[in-house]
Design a protein around this ligand. Structure first.
Ligand code: F6R
Ligand code: MG
Ligand code: MG
Length: 365
């Protein structure tokens, strides 16, 4: 029996400002999903939050892109947004771009990462959830997990992984995708995935048997709406152990708090800080961008967990380094590369200011 793991997320209102999620919204989501588990639509579920994002983790047998599953998540987001308005939360319903559900939640605002697979006797799953950043934030860690032997020794010494993986890469602006085989096409792949604002990694498959290994959400809210409306804070799922990278090989890249876009007003670079669940609230300069990692064992679709995988002193140094990087970047104030380039910023006054001063620009020739 194939199990589908669906992770759907949206920012439907923050407490305080864009910092974190209100417990009543999480309770509401929990109540709704309990009903769906009781009526057997779902095998199991878990409600989580990262920063101001509500994260719905669901298992079922309906396959990816199933309209019933997407609709039930959409309805929870709508109900949650109404509750957020009632409570007075900030930015209630900010990620819900569409008025009516049209069969698939993709393109409507929420982020989606889903995969279907035949459950192994012991199925280890890691779910990453990030706030104040964008889907390209996964490119570097995914490359290091599934393509880099300096990070993942399994690529070298585990016979089950030795053939490598292939990456399904999305051109997020053109909405076209392409497969790159690792390691033989690594240099070709890197010219694209190194460009994290333009290219995202949709999925990764094991070459030897085409088994799905990882999926990421690659929805870009700003591109859907044509203007800044919210943040496309992404999620990612990796299968782990016994022919896939181990828990330690998957979490290892997060010891580098690499620079990502999306901090303060979606217009600044900042370090991605790995934190325990309880530290997933974005305060300092509305960030810094952060990531949590929930580990589960799956048994007949039951989610055994979560284990808070970044709740480990071994990531203290990454957190300390992220703070040093944050201080260093903040000293740049409104200057690049802390601030994003003019075309990348989600907030800008450029058209207004330009209109005001354009006649004062004098040609030098
Ligand atoms: C939200 C975010 C924040 C907001 C900022 C301004 O995800 O990144 O930095 O952009 O707090 O928010 P508004 O415009 O809602 O006052
Ligand atoms: Mg928000
Ligand atoms: Mg958010």
């Amino acid at each position: 029996m194939k199990i589908t793991l669906s992770v759907l997320k949206a920012d439907i209102g923050g407490l305080v400002g864009h910092c974190t999620m209100h417990p009543e919204i999480m309770d509401l989501a929990d109540d709704e999903l309990t009903k769906k588990k009781n009526d057997k639509t779902l095998l199991d579920y878990q409600v989580m939050a990262c920063g101001d994002d509500l994260e719905l983790i669901m298992t079922h047998t309906k396959g990816v892109d199933d309209q019933h599953i997407h609709k039930l998540a959409w309805d929870i987001f709508l109900k949650g947004a109404d509750k957020a308005k009632e409570i007075g939360l900030y930015g209630a319903g900010q990620d819900l771009l569409a008025d009516a559900f049209a069969g698939n939640i993709k393109g409507m605002g929420p982020g989606v990462a889903e995969m279907s697979f035949e459950e192994r006797p012991a199925e280890t799953i890691l779910i990453f959830m990030a706030d104040k950043t964008s889907p390209g934030a996964w490119n570097l860690p995914l490359f290091r997990i599934f393509g880099d032997p300096m990070t993942n020794p399994g690529l070298v010494i585990d016979p089950k992984m030795h053939d490598g993986f292939y990456f399904d890469v999305l051109d997020m602006k053109a909405n076209k995708h392409i497969h790159f085989r690792m390691p033989e096409e690594m240099y070709d792949a890197l010219i694209f995935i190194g460009s994290t604002e333009d290219f995202g990694i949709r999925a990764i498959y094991r070459k030897v048997d085409d088994e799905i290994a990882a999926v990421g959400s690659t929805q870009r809210l700003a591109m859907m709406a044509g203007r800044y409306v919210g943040k496309d804070d992404p999620v990612m799922v990796c299968r782990s152990q016994n022919g896939f990278p181990s828990v330690g090989e998957i979490t290892e890249p997060f010891t580098l708090p690499h620079l990502v876009t999306g901090w303060m007003r979606g217009s600044h670079h900042g370090p991605l800080m790995p934190v325990p669940f309880e530290s997933a609230q974005c305060v300092r300069f509305d960030g810094p961008p952060r990531v949590i990692c929930a580990g589960f064992q799956l048994k007949n679709g039951n989610l055994v967990g979560p284990v808070d995988l970044f709740d480990d002193p071994a990531f203290d140094r990454a957190r300390a380094e992220a703070n040093v990087i944050a201080d260093y970047l903040r000293r740049h104030g409104p200057f690049e590369p802390h601030r994003l380039s003019l075309g990348q910023m989600e907030y800008t006054t450029l058209p207004i200011v330009m209109e005001k001063v354009k006649d004062r620009f004098k040609s030098l020739d």
